[in-house]
Design a binder for this molecule. Structure first.
Ligand code: ZN
Length: 93
């Protein structure tokens, strides 16, 4: 569970935090506050993912190999897990 920035209790599950966004905030189980992962971090991550995907697709194509795409997926999952673990939650106003 993750700490809610409003009530400082562990009211946010990892799955809910993972799915949270500006449009679909996570709801704290303790206080009902609507919180989401800092949108700058999510935005940067989205840009990095697109560049990474294009880059690995290009290498996969030129090398005629699935390996770069498999590496991309593994790195993507690890980054996604890091974001869920470390990215700060902000309350939605
Ligand atoms: Zn809370």
């Amino acid at each position: 569970m993750h700490i809610c920035p409003v009530c400082n209790q562990a009211g946010i599950s990892s799955w809910v935090k993972f799915r949270s966004s500006t449009f679909m905030p996570a709801i704290c189980e303790k206080c009902g506050a609507r919180v989401y992962i800092n949108s700058k971090i999510n935005g940067l991550f989205a840009v990095a993912t697109n560049i990474g995907l294009l880059f690995s697709a290009w290498i996969a194509f030129t090398q005629w190999s699935w390996l770069p795409l498999i590496i991309f997926v593994v790195v993507w999952i690890v980054l996604e897990l890091m974001i869920v673990k470390f990215a700060p939650l902000v309350p939605k106003k």
